[in-house]
Design a protein around this ligand. Structure first.
Ligand code: C5P
Length: 403
């Protein structure tokens, strides 16, 4: 319920993509938003006001006043009521009128009265979208602070292919939800290590592990969305999160991750170490590919322990947390790690739990604190798990400052 209690005006304009607005409004209300719909006269030809009124649980507004009883639809009051104005789909015509400040229908007057942030999700044929006039109009809106939800590329109603399809409702809702996430980590720099490391054996082989980085990336994204400046040090993985608040340092080996983490930590309020760092690395890297097919021994040296080093460096006002992925005696092993590495808390997940561990989109965690408390959480998707961990971290950081 990321939009709980938010007042949203959903503006619909005359585009074939108006059918997607039904799903959009459904999703907005599911996220807890109260939605008031304003349709342009042409929008009513694409989707029925009855459908939209039923989904939003409010009468749809189109005209300045009700012709039967003269009741006035006050765009000024709506503009004051709204926390967000979302125009989806937005036609080239409405975008052009918004850019010039035209006010010839209820939606446009509402745009002029709105004091809240405005989102526009264009939907039009690709040639219209790429027309210099539309490009300039969108730029004008952007400069005014309007949030543009870029259309996607693909098949268009005209039969043409190209950019112009209104973005999918799920993504539009996500964009709004991200905006309203409380920025409770603002001003804090947080270090996250994530993913596996790879220890080269020869130019084509390495010692690795099954980590995909998903948990660390979910955490980096959660913290970034909540206003933190995130320094993400990540081993080699396929997908890495992108967010303006995330600065990524890509590394390959445990030694590279160690150097990057030790350098970054002194400036950070906290570090959460989610990376599955190799514990051993080949003593020597073969300069050429090993081709001979016979039994051979590969001497391994222990890698430097990043967590233990950060634990040594940690200052009183800093928080350090790690992960423990265990197969047996989980709590006992996690508690040992918590002490040995001087963590403030440790997040325990067990390979014995269905749906938890490498590669899954879900995780079941417990958070063990230095004071000996254990908080157990349900199996959740990794985004929600990241929220729980971030909340715990925030409590620790606030506690640190009070002391
Ligand atoms: O490998 P182990 O289970 O001991 O890892 C526990 C925690 O220590 C994890 O948070 C992991 O990211 C961190 N770690 C590390 N450097 C290592 C090994 C582990 O930072 N060399």
């Amino acid at each position: 319920m990321t939009l709980r209690g938010k007042h949203i005006i959903a503006g619909l304009t005359g585009s074939i993509a108006a059918y997607k607005a039904a799903m959009l409004v459904r999703l907005l209300t599911k996220e807890g938003a109260e939605v008031q719909i304003v349709m342009t006269p042409t929008a009513k030809q694409f989707i029925s006001p009855l459908t939209m009124a039923t989904l939003s649980k409010h009468p749809v507004r189109t005209d300045f006043f009700n012709p039967e009883n003269g009741e006035w639809n006050s765009h000024v009051n709506m503009g004051i009521w709204a926390d967000a104005l979302l125009i989806a789909p937005a036609t080239a015509n409405t975008i052009a009128k918004m850019a010039t400040g035209t006010a010839d229908n209820l939606l446009l007057t509402t745009c002029l009265s709105a004091r809240c942030p405005v989102w526009v999700a264009p939907a039009m044929d690709t040639d219209m979208f790429l027309h210099p006039a539309t490009i300039r109009n969108i730029e004008t809106l952007r400069q005014r602070g309007v949030h543009l939800i870029e259309p996607a590329a693909g098949e268009l109603a005209s039969g043409l292919e190209g950019k112009g399809r209104m973005e999918e409702p799920e993504i539009i809702v996500k964009r709004l939800a991200e905006y309203f996430v409380p920025k409770d980590f603002h001003g804090r720099k947080i270090l996250i290590t994530a993913g596996p490391t790879q220890e080269p054996i020869d130019p084509v082989r390495f010692i690795g592990n099954y980590s995909t980085g998903k948990m660390g990336y979910a955490l980096a994204k959660e913290l970034a969305q909540r206003g933190a400046e995130v320094l993400l040090i990540a081993g080699p993985t396929e997908h890495r999160p992108q967010h303006p608040n995330i600065t990524l340092t890509g590394v390959q080996t445990a030694a590279e991750m160690y150097d990057a983490a030790v350098k970054a930590f002194p400036d950070c309020a906290a570090a959460i170490l989610t990376a599955a760092v190799a514990d051993f690395t080949p003593a020597n890297v073969y300069p050429q590919k090993i081709t001979e097919k016979k039994e051979f021994a590969l001497p391994l040296l222990p890698t430097k322990d990043i967590a233990a080093e950060l634990g040594r460096m940690k200052q009183a006002q800093q928080i350090l947390a790690g992960f423990a992925l265990e197969t047996h005696n989980e709590t006992e092993h996690a508690q040992q790690k918590l002490q040995n590495k001087n963590f403030d808390f440790i997040v325990l997940n067990s390979l014995n739990d269905a749906g938890a561990g490498f590669g899954y989109d879900t995780n079941r965690i417990s958070i063990l604190s230095r004071e000996g408390n254990i908080r157990r959480f349900d199996l959740k998707n990794k985004t929600e798990v990241a929220e729980d961990i971030a909340n715990h971290l925030l409590t620790c950081l606030k506690h640190c400052i009070i002391i």
